[in-house]
Design a binder for this molecule. Structure first.
Ligand code: ARG
Length: 463
């Protein structure tokens, strides 16, 4: 029991206010205050529509719309006093509006409910985050394109199983991430287009008997159209799940790249030098420069995917339409969005600042018999061997080089001929890493001419 007054917004049938613990579990204002701008924008559009439709007077609508701007400026300037007793952003705003403009404030909630209100607010917020993610991705793509262009013909080892496989170009490796992030952009755009329907006017769940114009509020709020089923509109959180799914895939991509940067920047690899701006030192080991930003980006996928799984788990099994469970959607999306934007910005900074160590890359590319496939291909092309036989002959030469502690190009022509009599001096032209990458001109291959063509295609697409 408590002696608190019953809630001013819905307390009509309540004799007493909530228990303190009830208030604590029920309130969302601690976090949904982040929806203030969207809440006020939605309410201003709603009030204008109510007046146009003759549901409230023009003068009431004007007073409400002006009053809401005052509330917004109080919130933005940090003067607003949020109240937990008022549960959420919707009731905090409306209660303050009442204090400012009096009686007309009570007319704002005509023909709507917090159910369609929160769906609208949250969609507007999530839509902005989709736009921000697209922007962040495009900035990172821009930084990768710069790296790719600078190093379109720098040779480095390409790996499978993290074992040296074949030489590739730095530009090619950078462009692999451009492709991934390009798909991420298209995923966010696709999700944005699908979610852009206006829930406002669905009211509590069944729609309303007032002659509202949902097309008008849709247009005012930048939605393509109103949602077509009021039950679905207030129960739907697909847009949040899609945001989290897209964010998870992006975070996974960033995590893979981050892992490569961690490996590449180690003393054992020395493929890249990360800038001081995105590294930290050790408090005990003076020689250390740690790739902390990369490590944290690598880790962010954990919480972002965690948010996705959390919200899927909240939503599964919920009967139509709204249930309070759905209030648990916001913190997940807020946290995932904040961390996604941070990871994108940090990765963009790291990529712009990092220096490829061209000599180390080349030395690594030339080691590990990375041109063995080129030798086998030469035997097929120039000596007419079936590929399986060529593979066998090459394998024998790799074993020989390994036993001598040298690389394939260091073997003598006589040693080559001993493995297969058809081998001529010409074979040495394909054993250098430069020739190896230059030969891979198939569409999408690692040859510098192919890489440059892809860079040009992306630059055109991003214009
Ligand atoms: N704070 C609530 C939420 O975030 C707003 C909707 C409340 N609706 C209701 N019927 N209690 O979900």
């Amino acid at each position: 029991m408590t002696d608190k007054k019953s809630n001013a917004m819905w307390g009509g049938r309540f004799a007493a206010g909530p228990d303190a613990i009830m208030e604590a579990i029920n309130a969302s204002i601690g976090y949904d205050k982040r929806l203030a701008f969207q809440d006020i924008t939605g309410s201003r559009a709603h009030a204008a529509m109510l007046a146009t439709q003759g549901i409230i007077t023009d003068s009431d609508a004007e007073v409400i719309r002006e009053g809401l701007l005052t509330v917004l400026s109080e919130i933005e300037s940090g003067k607003f006093e949020f109240s937990t007793a008022l549960e959420d952003i919707h009731m905090n705003v409306e209660a303050r509006l009442k204090e400012i403009v009096g009686e007309p404030a009570g007319r704002l909630h005509t023909a709507r409910s917090r159910n369609d209100q929160v769906a609208t607010d949250f969609k507007l917020w999530t839509r902005d985050q989709m736009d921000a993610a697209i922007q962040g991705l495009e900035a990172l793509i821009g930084a990768l394109l710069d790296q790719a262009e600078a190093g379109a013909d720098w040779v480095m080892p390409g790996f499978t199983h993290l074992q040296t496989a074949q030489p590739v170009t730095w530009g090619h490796h950078m462009m692999a991430y451009v492709e991934m992030l390009g798909r991420d952009v298209s995923r966010f755009k696709d999700a944005r287009a699908r979610m852009n329907e206006n829930p406002l006017g669905s009211a509590a769940l069944a729609g309303t008997g007032f002659p509202i114009d949902r097309h008008m509020t849709a247009e005012a709020l930048g939605f393509d159209r109103p949602t077509a089923n009021s039950l679905d509109a207030v129960a739907d959180r697909d847009f949040a799940l899609e945001f989290l799914s897209c964010a998870s895939i992006t975070a996974m991509h960033l995590s893979r790249f981050a892992e490569e940067l961690v490996i590449w920047s180690s003393a054992q690899f020395r493929f890249v030098t990360l800038s001081d701006r995105f590294s930290t030192g050790s408090s005990i080991m003076p020689q250390k420069k740690n790739p902390d930003a990369a490590e944290l980006i690598r880790a962010k996928v954990g919480r972002i995917m965690g948010a996705m799984v959390a919200l899927f788990t909240v939503m599964k099994g919920l009967p139509l339409a709204y249930s309070k469970d759905m209030q648990e959607d916001k913190e997940q999306v807020f946290d995932a969005a904040d961390n996604l934007m941070l990871a994108l910005a940090a990765m963009t900074g790291m990529v712009s600042d990092m220096t490829a160590n061209v000599d180390s890359l080349r030395a690594a590319a030339a080691s590990g018999f990375s041109t063995a496939t080129d030798l086998a291909d030469w035997l097929v092309r120039e000596a007419g061997l079936p590929f399986r036989d060529a593979h066998h002959v090459t394998g024998a030469l790799v074993a020989l080089a390994e036993s001598k502690g040298c690389d394939l190009p260091d073997l003598s022509l006589d040693e080559m001929k001993a493995a297969h009599s058809a081998i001529t001096d010409d074979v040495f032209t394909v054993l250098t890493v430069e020739n190896s990458v230059a030969s891979r001109t198939s569409y999408g291959g690692t040859a510098p001419v192919q890489v440059r063509a892809q860079i040009a295609r992306w630059k055109e697409a991003l214009k």
